[in-house]
Design a binder for this molecule. Structure first.
Ligand SMILES: NC(=O)c1ccc[n+]([C@@H]2O[C@H](COP(=O)([O-])OP(=O)(O)OC[C@H]3O[C@@H](n4cnc5c(N)ncnc54)[C@H](OP(=O)(O)O)[C@@H]3O)[C@@H](O)[C@H]2O)c1
Length: 253
């Protein structure tokens, strides 16, 4: 299987991984709509390639989200690939569970995707070739580690939601994909003050994502492999051992 170039829409396309994926897709012949709140960032990315087009959007606004789906479908005739990569960088220190911070993280990271689903599914269901919905979660969503806070909780929610959607949307010819990266250079990670093992270049991550999306329809695109292995193994540990190791990571930083 090799997905032909079509129409992609990236939420979070004005920076980091989303912007790099936009450039990678455009370089492979796709028309790419990019969304985010900061118009200037969107314009900088769209200026880098004639195949990239800015559609400013705050994903917390449901009406604006539906209107943008309609605008992109009207401009390009269809949406073949939705890539959801918006993230609210709301830090939650260990031992603090501030409700407003959790709500802000869930509002963008999870509900932002949910606001798009009905209009995008309606649009893709009309298309003879269906479509793909790809969601950027994280290896941080595999297990609950100290300092995971609201961020990891939202990423876990995305994993289970995608697992549900994969089977439910298959009869509509919509293929759901889950993307679980380790650490990647971006605005998000630039804020981190701790050591990030195997921190990857943004373009390297974007290449892996695009290659995974166009070369196969497998559910998960996860990288880098050594971290994927460790995190998947952590899910299999008995809880006594898991929590003992987990407590070591709290003391390590
Ligand atoms: N970097 C990593 O190590 C890493 C690892 C695993 C997973 N990820 C995931 O990869 C995705 C991309 O993150 P990144 O690392 O590339 O960080 P990033 O550069 O900060 O990108 C996040 C994007 O989300 C957009 N966004 C935030 N709030 C929004 C809103 N209300 N409406 C619309 N867009 C909004 C931002 O644009 P505006 O501010 O202009 O709205 C920004 O372009 C995220 O889902 C992140 O969790 C990243």
């Amino acid at each position: 299987m090799n997905l032909k170039p079509g129409i992609a829409w990236i939420i979070g396309g004005g920076s980091g991984i989303g912007a790099a994926v936009a450039r990678e897709l455009a370089g492979r012949g796709w028309q790419v709509a990019i969304s985010g709140r900061r118009l200037q960032r969107l314009e900088e990315v769209s200026a880098s390639h004639s195949g990239i087009h800015a559609y400013p959007l705050d994903i917390t606004d449901a009406n604006a989200a539906a209107a943008t789906v309609a605008a992109i479908a009207a401009d390009f005739g269809r949406i073949d690939l939705l890539l959801y990569g918006a993230v609210a960088a709301t830090g939650t220190p260990p031992g603090s569970y501030d409700a407003a911070r959790f709500a802000a993280a869930f509002d963008v990271n999870v509900m932002g995707l949910v606001r798009l689903l009905d209009p995008v599914i309606t649009q893709m269901s009309r298309q003879p070739t269906g479509g793909q919905i790809a969601v950027i979660s994280s290896l941080a969503g595999y297990v609950g580690l100290p300092r995971g806070g609201a961020y990891a909780a939202t990423k876990s929610a995305l994993i289970t939601l995608c697992q549900t959607m994969r089977v439910e949307l298959e009869p509509k010819r919509i293929i759901v994909r889950l993307i679980t990266p380790g650490f990647v250079k971006s605005e998000l990670t630039a804020r981190n003050r701790y050591r990030m093992p195997m921190l990857m270049e943004t373009e390297d991550a974007a290449w892996r994502i695009v290659d995974g999306l166009v070369r196969s329809t497998r559910f998960e695109i996860a990288f880098p492999w050594p971290m994927v292995f460790v995190m998947k193994a952590a899910r299999l540990l008995p809880y006594r051992l898991f929590f003992w190791l987990s407590a070591l990571t709290l003391r390590a930083r």
